[in-house]
Design a protein around this ligand. Sequence first.
Ligand code: ADP
Ligand code: MG
Length: 432
Amino acid sequence: MNESFSVEPAILGRDLKDIEKYGSSGTAYIGKVVMSSGEKPVLGRKVLVDVSRPHLILVCGKRGGGKSYTLAVIMEEMARLDPVIRSRVSTITIDTVGIFWGLKIPAGQNDLKDLSEWDLKPEQTNVKIFVPKGQLAFYQEKKLPIDGAFTLKCSELEETEWLALFHLSWNDPEGILISRIVQRVKEKVGTYYGIDELIGAVKSDTDAKEETKQAVISRLNLAKSWGLIEKDGTKISDLATPGAITAIDVSSYRQTVGAEGIKDIVVALIGKKLFEQRMLFRKEEEIKLITENKRASKMPLIWMMIDEAHMFMPKDEANIALPVLLEWVRVGRQPGLGLILATQRPEKLHPDAISQCDIFISHRMTSQPDIKAVGAIRPTYMTTDLDKLYSEMPRQKGYALIIDDNTEKVWMVKIRPRFSWDASVTASAFLI
Ligand SMILES: Nc1ncnc2c1ncn2[C@@H]1O[C@H](COP(=O)(O)OP(=O)(O)O)[C@@H](O)[C@H]1O
Ligand SMILES: [Mg+2]
């Protein structure tokens, strides 16, 4: 990590050939290299992270360590990419805490000093914040700056998703009934139906017991009250538009009893749709290449950012979003799907998310099981004495170790201050 002063930025996640060809364009300026020890270390050259190609970036660190803040910095950078590159990139963030609306508001007076030390100014960022339709009024009442509502298209929920949503299994009488109903309605009306049609089909079912029917109807009514699942759902293409930075706020369901599974379904469906869309794009591209012998426009890139990723990709539990995200992790890079996962519990995260990541950003970690989980899956990190590096890390917020597989180097970095309002300080006050 010792390095001399240099004015050239360090570009992580990009090989030399690409650096020669593209320089620093298509990168995110996330911080500066720490040059000395102590609590107020000397900072050196800029640290840029390549976002022009898909990567799997894992952001770790204990609670309050700066993970969400770092995600916000990356989102700010996505919005400031060169216009040509930006028009080929869509960023979609799953906001589990309800904090990324702060990006729309310039940083306040308290942050001016930090920003000016970095030669930066408060600025708003052009992000689009979507909340579940059923929660729209709540957000509007609180005067939170949001751009619109989203819904899921009822017919896009397969039997497995309904089971997950209601915490049912294939063996439960209710599970059997809901699966049968979904199939039946699909066969009968195709893809245009809502929860009312499902309730109607339950009522006219002649095979199930009355109590089972009532149990399923009450669950479906509950699902209706969430205001999320409708005949017409939001088109994924409206969420992931080229050049746009979108945050999907799923935080409001945290407080709703029985609705814990909703955020999982949202991630599962969005992840699945984006994956399918990319695969289709690739196929069309290949066909063009064969039939017209020409390469279509370059593959647009999709970045999905997931805060609190251990909730969707747990190690020892089932989760409806898990298989979808594992696809992203394992084969997503080829069709242009980049993933940025943040978690305070690497020990609880599916090991593939650790083993496949190529850029590892770690804020301070103190829990030994979490440090071990990372070290055990990433042998290269074992040779680096993580414990020692964490102990050398300044205690103040915003410092991180970055391990880049591309350069096989470890960097101690101070994450740059945000341009925008840090809503994580105030979010809880809004959501009680
Ligand atoms: N790079 C940074 N610069 C300055 N303050 C930071 C930085 N990172 C985090 N903080 C401060 O620490 C608080 C907690 O950070 P946060 O990102 O919410 O933690 P986490 O998501 O890891 O729980 C933030 O609200 C902010 O005040
Ligand atoms: Mg956080």
